[in-house]
Unconditional design. Sequence first.
Length: 211
Amino acid sequence: DLTDASLVQETLSADDIDAAFACVQSREEFVRWLETWTPDLVLADYNLPAFDGLTALEIVRARDPLLPFIFVSGTIGEDLAAEVLKRGATDYVLKDRISKLPNAVRRALAEAGERRKLRNSEAALRESEARLREIAATIQEAFWVLTPEADRVLYVSPAFERIWGRPLDSILDKSPAAILEAIHPEDRARVERDLGLLPQGEHEMGIGLLH
């Protein structure tokens, strides 16, 4: 209710958590709020006047799996607490221990920030890999990428198939020795020597180019 909402706001403000608050009580208000706001955090009671906290959690998770969602309730026992966490809640705080809320909020926001950074990094990596594959598809030379330990082929360009008439999976994810098998005998010693230039365990990406 509004009294509980005021208590939550006062508790966070007293702990120097400066935020804009919006209080909603029905499913329709909640959905409309999510459509017009971009909240950093959702706080919900388990028992709501017009619908329940688990439904609110499901609505949030369907829209944003990373948005922090904390239950602030006086009705959550151990079994129910385990259930809401299993369903995707970030945390829960009992009303009679409301002083724990500021730390729970800070922790939830920090963890969400780290997860979003990781997600963005993974998306950037996938984009870079896609660009590499697009570029590699137009290059006439065959080249490959090895693990830092130079013990496995991570990537081989499509030109390999055209030049040697062998499928990419004949060397992909295999030992660099598989590359040597595809190289003309007169060139094998040089290529083998070049591949051996990367010391064991050196943290550097190995890249080979044939042209």
